[in-house]
Design a protein around this ligand. Structure first.
Ligand code: CU
Ligand code: CU
Length: 465
């Protein structure tokens, strides 16, 4: 069932546009039709398939994509292991951090098991690198007991599976990558209450050809899922922190007491709030945890399009509405021991990006690249591009070479239409809808006309036939 069908059937259906990005690079095919290898968290996909149980409960971590984890962290807090179950690849170093005021241990349930930590005092940690596949059950000696031959109380599990053998610099990378089908469609008519789930996940993603990046994401994709609602709709958010550090969630489409709604959520915990989408717009959402520069630069952002309630504008041609999120990536000069680039805080502060990208991957809509493909449009058809600049810092200049924007609808608002625009400024966290009509067939590049950044990946092509 498509998301559209699901919405039509059930006004309470989840509005997540699910992770188009999570295909294996090796499975990528131009123009679709290739095998989709969804790695996405089974829990979330399950919830979508059911179309119902969207409140993602439980503390277990969803499996990480094969080959995307080199380290993992389990917190010991509240006399529990959080998360109490993790799935990692062979070769992963798992670190247990004691956040309780009392000591704990990490001790294999099997007497000859490999986990035999000393007492881990408050504030201390213990690490173990798993080199063999298997399921490793463990417990804390002072906070567990044996009942009917099984440990109960403070217990945990590590599931270790064969890795993907990837991410090593200079070898073929076989990671999910930040790729996205940018087609977007309007929500069905009528008022809706949307239940959406976002999950903080720290994963490795390919963000440019051959370049694996240790991203911090929503739902394992970069940008996070694109949402589209209508002015006046209600949004119920469930946020779950599946990461290793505090994360949070700030929706620019909300008017809300931010101090409580956008608070830090510790690892393993869930947080909810609701809001009404009062204004139309092309809105950013993002993690606002400290330092926000790093959380956004590392990938914790996405877009929520709010359609106007009374839309007096011309209707774009069928299938010719596209969503594009511009953002900067600040990768380290060198890969880490796992062959992965990490966020470079000094470059972030200097606003010297290594990539500037549409929808998380350099040149993905540029057919000059072997992996690139253009967005399609028809001669004399109305195309509408919803463009958000997620930053985190730079102002961008959106332009289509060979085209003029018939109308720029600032923040997607029919009252904010500006006619005949060559280039439009998008501040960091600014968005607009761009209407454009091509009288001639051809290939029309869309770029940031801030040319220091164009060559870093911010070029795509509209193919007009
Ligand atoms: Cu964050
Ligand atoms: Cu913000």
């Amino acid at each position: 069932m498509s998301s559209e069908e699901r919405r039509a059937r059930d006004p309470n259906a989840i509005s997540i546009e699910f992770p188009e990005g999570r295909r294996l690079r090796s499975n990528r095919s131009r123009g679709g039709g290739g095998a989709f290898a969804f790695f996405a968290a089974g829990i979330l996909l399950g919830a979508v398939a059911l179309g119902a149980g969207y409140w993602l409960g439980g503390r277990g971590a969803a499996p990480t994509p094969p080959g995307t984890t080199s380290t993992a962290t389990v917190n010991m807090t509240g006399i529990k292991y959080v998360p109490d179950s993790i799935t990692v690849d062979v070769g992963t170093k798992v670190t247990w951090v004691n956040k309780d005021p009392v000591y704990h241990t990490v001790t294999s349930d099997e007497a000859d098991g490999p986990l035999q930590s000393p007492n881990i005092e408050a504030g201390q940690s213990f690490s173990f690198t798993f080199t063999e596949e298997g399921t490793y059950s463990y417990h804390c000696i002072p906070h567990s007991s044996v009942q009917s031959g099984k440990y109960v109380g403070m217990i945990g599990t590590v599931i270790v599976r064969a890795g993907g053998g990837n991410g090593q610099h200079g070898t073929p990378i076989d990671l999910p990558y930040a790729w996205r089908d940018p087609v977007t469609t309007a929500p069905p008519p009528g008022w809706h209450e949307w239940n959406i789930t976002l999950r903080a996940e720290e994963v490795w993603l390919e963000v440019a050809e051959g370049k694996a990046y240790a991203a911090w994401t929503f739902n394992g994709v970069l940008p996070g899922p694109a949402f589209r609602v209508r002015q006046g709709d209600k949004v119920n958010l469930l946020f779950y922190n599946g990461g290793s550090m505090n994360h949070s969630i700030d929706f620019h489409s909300a008017r809300i007491n931010w101090a409580t709604a956008y608070r830090d959520v510790p690892p393993g915990e869930a947080h909810t709030y609701s809001f009404t989408a009062d204004y139309p717009g092309v809105y950013m959402y993002h993690c606002g945890s400290n330092p926000v520069l790093d959380h956004v630069a590392n990938g914790m952002y996405g877009v929520m399009i709010v359609d106007p309630l009374n839309d007096t504008r011309p209707t774009p041609a069928q299938g010719r509405e596209y969503v594009l999120v511009l953002s900067e990536i600040y990768a380290s000069d060198d890969v880490n021991a796992s062959g992965v680039y990490t966020g470079d805080h000094a470059k972030m502060l200097a606003a010297e990006p290594t990539e500037v990208v549409f929808n998380g991957y350099a040149f993905q809509y540029d057919p000059r690249k072997a992996y690139g493909y253009p967005l399609n449009a028809g001669q004399d058809e109305l195309v509408r591009l919803y463009v958000l600049n997620a930053g985190p810092t730079l102002v961008q200049s959106f332009h289509v070479i060979g085209g003029i924007f018939d109308t720029v609808w600032v923040e997607n608002n029919p009252e904010n239409g500006l006619r005949g625009i060559q280039t439009w400024t998008l501040p960091s966290s600014g968005g607009a809808a761009f209407d454009i009509i091509f009288p001639d067939a051809g290939l029309y590049p869309f770029v940031t006309h801030s040319f220091a950044y164009t060559g870093l990946g911010a070029v795509g092509v509209l193919s007009v036939t």
